[in-house]
Design a protein around this ligand. Structure first.
Ligand code: G1P
Length: 289
């Protein structure tokens, strides 16, 4: 099983699409059933063998540090009361001491800038990037699927999926070349193109394995779409020099940055829970038109 040891989580974003819920609470801390969105991402990375979880945070996000800390008052209370299953819930998915690293983006200058802020922590090795808004439910963790593909190609690998034509302006879009083994060669990348200019309907979803050369390209701080430093533009500059592929991953992706996507994630994951599925199914049946 191939693995990527370091994964970067850019989590400094303001979450304006979920106001007022995210006025004080970071969007990454919104619950899906009973776990914050960020925890799904961290568990996916851990299941894929990641050992260093690098958070690029911003002001107002310190609550995430507390979330991944040991809440010893809560632990000892639950222990005294012998609440075994709650204790298990609290300890599972908690990274060990020293595994989570926090750095700050300081200014909202775009995704490329956020990833660049992690350059000293990542150093000179291939690494993962996970955009937490994209919650991916799959048999094999999506990050694992990417790490396996990277082990085969030795290059950059992006998670991709087909989106409706009218949605290309929400994503980085791939100009696809040859296809082999579920991998699509990336010939060009365009950030948030209008449907008329989009090279395909293959959108980049928030999972990447990148070579450390990306930092050299990000250092140029070139301003792109939306006036921001785009990861897509820096990746574009690596095409041609190293293998570059998109992976049509197995699994279902929920866009938790969008209200409908977030609601769908809650329903889909709750339906799979033995203690909630049947009850929720009966409730949903009463809402059918
Ligand atoms: C970012 C990336 C975009 C990618 C998308 C996936 O956009 O810039 O290339 O397709 O994530 O969710 P954002 O959603 O941050 O606007």
């Amino acid at each position: 099983m191939a693995s990527i040891k370091k994964v970067v989580f850019p989590v400094a974003g303001l979450g304006t699409r979920m106001l007022p819920a995210t006025k004080v609470l970071p969007k990454e801390m919104l619950p899906v059933v009973d776990k914050p969105i960020i925890q799904y991402a961290l568990e996916e990375a851990a299941a894929a063998g990641c050992e260093q979880f690098i958070f690029v945070t911003g002001r107002g996000k310190t609550i995430m540090e507390d979330h991944f800390d040991r809440a010893f008052e809560l632990f000892s209370t639950l222990e005294k009361k012998r609440k075994e299953s709650e204790l298990r819930e609290l300890t599972e998915g908690l990274p060990a001491a020293g595994e989570v690293i926090y750095t700050r983006q300081q200014e909202p200058r775009g995704l490329g800038h956020a990833v660049w802020c992690a350059r000293h922590v990542v150093g000179d090795e291939p690494f993962g990037v996970m955009l937490v808004d994209d919650l991916i439910h799959s048999r094999t963790p999506c990050m694992q699927q990417l790490a396996d593909a990277h082990a085969r190609t030795g290059g950059n690998v992006l998670a991709i999926m087909e989106v409706p034509e009218e949605q290309t302006r929400r994503y980085g879009v791939v100009d696809p070349g040859s296809r082999e083994d579920g991998l699509v060669e990336v010939r060009r990348l365009v950030e948030k193109p209008d449907p008329a200019d989009a090279p395909s309907r293959l959108a980049v979803i928030g999972r990447y394995v990148l070579l450390p050369e990306i930092f050299r390209h990000l250092s140029a701080h070139q301003i792109g779409a939306g006036g921001e430093i785009q990861l897509t533009d820096a990746m574009e500059r690596m095409i041609g020099s190293r293998p570059f592929h998109g992976l049509s991953f197995e699994g279902r992706r929920f866009d938790c940055g969008d209200k409908l996507g977030y609601l769908e994630a809650i329903i889909a994951l709750a339906l799979e829970r033995p203690e909630l599925g049947d009850g929720l199914r009966s409730i949903l049946a009463t809402y059918q038109r």
